[in-house]
Design a protein around this ligand. Structure first.
Ligand SMILES: C[S@@+](CC[C@H](N)C(=O)[O-])C[C@H]1O[C@@H](n2cnc3c(N)ncnc32)[C@H](O)[C@@H]1O
Length: 227
């Protein structure tokens, strides 16, 4: 029996076990730090950790060279693989994660990094990040939070955008309902990111180069320029 009173299975992956415990305690983000801590102790993998940047992000940058000095923000950066890629493309990059262990890991993996790594909560971000970024990159973090906090998580993404800024969202496409995590994004979730001030530029359903047969959203939005 686990902490929540639910039956546990020794073969259950750590992320599912810890997420179930956190959700039972009504704490949607409460499983990330314990998961990274277990990983640091060598007793669990971080399922989304990978040595190479997200191929859909790499492909997007190939068609969107960013001017030197672009202020970029990487949401839920984990160990920083995507943030390092973004910085190497010339952006002044800030990357944050709710897990202090993840941020320590990112700094340790990239000791000479130009990226500013910071512990922060998407659901309660630093006030001085409001309208402070030209490019905001969200890859599979919103979907790692339960649908109950989808609206505030999406609203927080918008707050970071300076006038004229770009928001790039990469996420799994919802299919048959399954118990999360993750909770992939529906077409309605993607539509709900837009506002009168934040227009969809391109919404794509793309095959995952790293997982044949599976598809992801890659959705680009642009905030209106200041008038
Ligand atoms: C599914 S992982 C995705 C990691 C990375 N973005 C990627 O594409 O591989 C979600 C990450 O977001 C972080 N995270 C979850 N909720 C968060 C929040 N409210 N604020 C900041 N980071 C959060 C987790 O600790 C985890 O590193």
């Amino acid at each position: 029996m686990g902490k929540t009173g639910r039956m546990t299975d020794a073969r259950e992956p750590a992320d599912r076990r810890l997420a179930a415990e956190a959700l039972a305690a009504n704490d949607p983000t409460g499983w990330f730090e314990p998961l990274y801590a277990e990983a640091a102790a060598g007793s669990a993998p971080v399922p989304w950790d990978r040595p190479d940047p997200n191929p859909l992000l790499v492909d997007w940058f190939a068609g969107h060279p960013t001017p030197q000095g672009t202020r970029a923000l990487v949401i839920g950066c984990g160990f920083g693989t995507d943030a390092e890629f973004v910085a190497a493309r010339g952006s002044r990059t800030t990357a944050f994660d709710i897990s202090p262990t993840a941020i320590r890991g990112a700094r340790a993996r990239h000791p000479a990094s130009p990226v500013t790594y910071q512990v922060a909560d998407l659901l309660n971000p630093p006030a001085d990040w409001t309208a402070a970024f030209d490019l905001v990159i969200e890859s599979i973090t919103v979907q790692s939070l339960p649908p109950a906090v989808r609206e505030p998580a999406t609203a927080a993404l918008r707050t970071f955008l300076a006038p004229g800024a770009t928001l790039l969202v990469i996420a799994d496409i919802a299919g048959a309902p399954l118990p999360g995590p993750p909770w992939p994004l529906t077409p309605e979730d993607i539509d709900a990111i837009a506002t009168p001030d934040l227009t969809p530029v391109r919404v794509e359903r793309l095959p995952r180069p790293d997982l044949p047969g599976r598809h992801r959203w890659r959705a680009e939005f642009r905030r209106a320029a200041a008038s």
